[in-house]
Design a protein around this ligand. Structure first.
Ligand code: MRU
Length: 338
């Protein structure tokens, strides 16, 4: 397999390693991800996370497995990987691409996994450039969860747009939602903003409304885990709340994603499976900073990892394939590749 390198995933002499995102920003620790079991453990704990990265890492692990076990049932392994996180469709996209190579054999699978990796880097760049064009000097942009280099093979999706605009000299301030329960904003996006040199302020999720009411948010840019044919989309829980607030306060609300996040089989948001996660994530927090639990030990919890934002609340979908408005979707333009 070719050597590959991204911010949180790398392949060296055939060995796959990931940067454990649960330990950031306190510790930068890399671990092997050479087997389906290692991959499943890392993806379940969100040590490997972010829609594109989940799919790319699955493709690489499946290719390595096929090379090491040429007569095993690759389809069964693929099915196991597919079931690990149900919402982000990039995982299904990458595994479908690998499945299409089964007949050509393990070498072809390695080649295809490396191509998917390189493609994601290019898709990130394209959508980030499109997104950057919508940002103007002095903009204050609110973002949610983590959509940067950590979550992709390239510059990222929504954060990619911020990074490209910043590199072009557009002065920005970014409001970073901490993103309860797993704090991808407070831990990862804040870290990436500092790394990129973009001025930012960290807020608790519940502060977004008063920030918008005070007129301090010019735009909202978020990523997506699955975009339906009608434009409804799933993203980290809390995104829908921001979209409702943005509508009320007349703040433009943009979704930035690659075509690999579009699922034309899902007609609307009601068709998206939403992952339910461990109640302990809401009863407290864990990380390299330690474990804290504040709720009663058995407090009943509802913990959906994602929510669905209806298309009517979206100003535009910014993809590598173009910038789309509701009117485009209504007249049948689809966001996938032609
Ligand atoms: O549960 P996570 O951390 O994998 O969720 C990630 C998100 O919701 C991101 O916004 C989404 O994957 C887009 S990332 C480029």
């Amino acid at each position: 397999m070719l050597d590959l390198e991204a911010r949180s995933l790398r392949v060296t002499a055939g060995d796959i390693e990931f940067l454990d995102q649960t330990q950031l920003p306190q510790r930068e620790a890399w671990y092997p991800c050479n087997t389906p079991d290692q991959w499943q453990a890392a993806v379940t704990s969100l040590a490997i996370r972010g829609a594109p990265l989940i799919g790319l890492s699955a493709a690489l692990v499946l290719a390595r497995y096929a090379n090491e076990h040429p007569s095993a049932d690759w389809q069964a392994v693929s099915a196991r990987l597919r079931a690990t996180r149900p919402t982000a469709v990039n995982l299904m996209h990458c595994l479908d691409e690998m499945g299409a190579c089964f007949a050509a054999g393990p070498k072809a699978m390695s080649q295809r996994a490396a191509e998917l990796f390189a493609e994601d880097r290019a898709l990130c760049q394209r959508m980030a450039e499109r997104g950057a064009e919508l940002l103007v000097d002095g903009d204050c942009v609110l973002t949610h969860c983590n959509t940067g280099a950590l979550a992709t093979a390239g510059v990222g999706t929504a954060i990619g747009a911020l990074a490209v605009a910043h590199q072009r000299g557009t002065r920005l301030t970014v409001f970073v939602d901490e993103t309860r329960p797993l704090l991808q904003g407070g831990r990862l996006t804040a870290w990436e903003m500092a790394d990129l040199g973009i001025p930012y302020e960290l807020i608790c999720d519940s502060m977004a409304a008063s920030l918008m009411a005070a007129g301090r948010v010019d735009k909202i840019m978020v990523g997506a885990d699955r975009i339906c044919a009608n434009g409804d989309f799933a993203n980290k829980v809390g995104t829908y709340m921001l979209a409702v607030l943005a509508h009320h306060h007349k703040v433009p609300f943009y979704v930035v994603a690659p075509y690999t996040t579009v699922d034309p089989q899902c007609q609307s948001g009601a068709d998206i499976p939403i992952e339910q996660r461990n109640p302990a994530e809401v009863r407290g927090v864990s990380g390299a900073f330690g474990d804290v639990s504040w709720a009663p030990k058995d407090a009943p919890v509802w913990n959906p990892a994602f929510d669905v934002t209806p298309a009517e609340l979206v100003t535009a979908w910014i993809l590598d394939t173009g910038v789309f408005k509701a009117a485009d979707i209504a007249r049948g333009v689809h966001m996938m590749r032609p």
